[in-house]
Structures are given as structure tokens and as C-alpha cells.
Design a binder for this molecule. Structure first.
Ligand SMILES: Nc1nc2c(ncn2[C@@H]2O[C@H](COP(=O)(O)OP(=O)(O)OP(=O)(O)O)[C@@H](O)[C@H]2O)c(=O)[nH]1
Ligand SMILES: [Mg+2]
Length: 210
């Protein structure tokens, strides 16, 4: 267990504040800084969030990928908000439903004057998919500050690790140093990610409300 005294993100309070189900639908007042978590369905967003906040089951971990269609808001320390975005790219749902993430996420972004940035999760074992690229292009177009995280690194053999990290970083056009290698199982990368998120939260809002 990491030394809690050195924890860059100490969790003092947590509150689930609700879900946004459609573009233009309910969302909490944007009065606290927000960081949102994006990635393919099943990539490990909810598991990463739980690790980050030192809880086992606060964000729901799904056995049924693609089921979470809502954007979920969690208030942390009465100071900022973590936003669990719905996973994209689940192959077994219809094409129309696969494309649903975009209007919902656009609707979220349009109403998020306090957003500081996005944590984008990619599976460390796989090359970025077309859906990942679409998401990357989208985030690039918006010029939104993004932290790239490779998940499930516990599933890599130690000798594969550096290779996979450099291969995916390359594919993303990033330096391997800029990418956080993470495992929700071992907690590897949690401190590094927490530090990056705390830094992001201290930045000015990504853009003012329209
Ligand atoms: N070995 C391993 N398994 C993981 C890790 N992170 C998540 N998983 C598993 O991957 C599956 C999906 O995890 P979730 O956290 O629900 O993924 P998600 O991205 O929130 O999925 P959706 O909400 O459906 O988009 C679960 O069976 C998790 O236990 C990890 O770091 N290591
Ligand atoms: Mg989830």
C-alpha cells in the first residue's frame, strides 16, 4: 500500500450527484472544477476511478460492457467533480447506439464551463482502435487538455511492458513519458495519475461557457 502521507489526492469525502442521460439533459451546476474520464467500453474507467478514490465499488464496475449510457458525476472533497463518461465502441451494440456517445459527450462539453481536462484510457494490450482514434481526433479538435492512461498493465508480462507502452505512445504521437501506465488491480500508476489530475484541476477552465 502506498504511503498515505505522500498521497497527492487524499479523499476526504465522496458523493454521487447524479447522471446526465442526454445532450441538453440534467447535469449538475458547473460550479466546481471537473475532470472527465473517457475510453472504450470495458477499458476500465470505473475501476480506475475506484482506485483513484480508494474505494472498492463506488463507481459501478460492469460485467456487461456498454451498459452505462449516462454520464455520472461524483463530487470529491466538496471541491471538484469526477465525471465518468459512457464507454464507446462496444462491438455488440448497434451502429446507431455506437454513435450515441458523440452527441451526449458534445452536450456535456457544451455545458461544462468548469471542465479542466480529460483522462483518456486505452487498453495497454491493444493497439488503439478506430473508435479510439475518433475520440483522439475529437479531443484534438477541441484542443482539450488530455492525460493518456494505459490500463490493465497487470495483464502484460514484464518483458512486454516497455514495448507496449512505446508502441501505443507512438501511435498516439506522444512521448512514452507523457503516458501513465496503470493497473486497477495492483494500483500501479495511481500516484502518478493522481498527481497529474491534481495539476489539471489547478489549471484555468479549458474554455468559458458559450
Ligand atoms: N486485470 C485487470 N482488469 C481490469 C482492470 N481494470 C478493469 N478491469 C476489468 O475490466 C472489466 C471492465 O472494467 P470497468 O471498470 O467496468 O470498465 P469500464 O470502462 O467502466 O466499462 P463501461 O462502463 O462498460 O464502459 C471488469 O471486469 C474489470 O474488473 C485492470 O487494471 N486490470
Ligand atoms: Mg464504467
Amino acid at each position: 500500500m502506498a504511503d498515505r502521507a505522500a498521497d497527492p489526492l487524499v479523499i476526504r469525502s465522496l458523493e454521487f450527484i447524479g447522471g446526465m442521460a442526454s445532450a441538453g439533459g440534467w447535469r449538475p451546476e458547473p460550479s466546481f472544477p471537473e475532470v472527465a474520464f473517457a475510453g472504450r467500453s470495458n477499458v476500465g474507467k470505473s475501476s480506475l476511478l475506484n482506485r483513484l478514490i480508494h474505494r472498492k465499488k463506488f463507481a459501478r464496475v460492469s460485467n456487461t460492457p456498454g451498459r452505462t449510457r449516462e454520464i455520472n458525476f461524483f463530487k470529491v472533497n466538496d471541491a471538484f467533480i469526477f465525471v465518468d463518461l459512457p464507454g464507446y465502441g462496444y462491438a455488440r451494440i448497434s451502429k446507431e447506439r455506437r454513435a450515441e456517445w458523440r452527441p451526449l459527450i458534445e452536450g456535456y462539453l457544451r455545458s461544462s464551463s468548469q471542465l479542466r481536462g480529460i483522462v483518456h484510457l486505452l487498453d495497454a494490450r491493444r493497439d488503439p482502435t478506430d473508435d479510439d482514434r475518433q475520440m483522439l481526433d475529437f479531443l484534438g479538435e477541441l484542443e482539450i487538455p488530455t492525460i493518456a492512461v494505459l490500463t490493465k498493465t497487470d495483464k502484460l508480462a514484464p518483458r512486454e511492458r516497455a514495448d507496449r507502452i512505446s508502441k501505443i505512445s507512438n501511435a498516439l504521437g506522444l512521448d512514452p513519458e507523457q503516458v501513465v501506465a496503470f493497473s486497477a488491480v495492483t494500483g500501479d500508476g495511481r500516484e502518478e495519475l493522481a498527481e497529474a489530475i491534481v495539476e489539471l484541476l489547478a489549471q484555468p477552465a479549458w474554455r468559458a461557457a458559450p
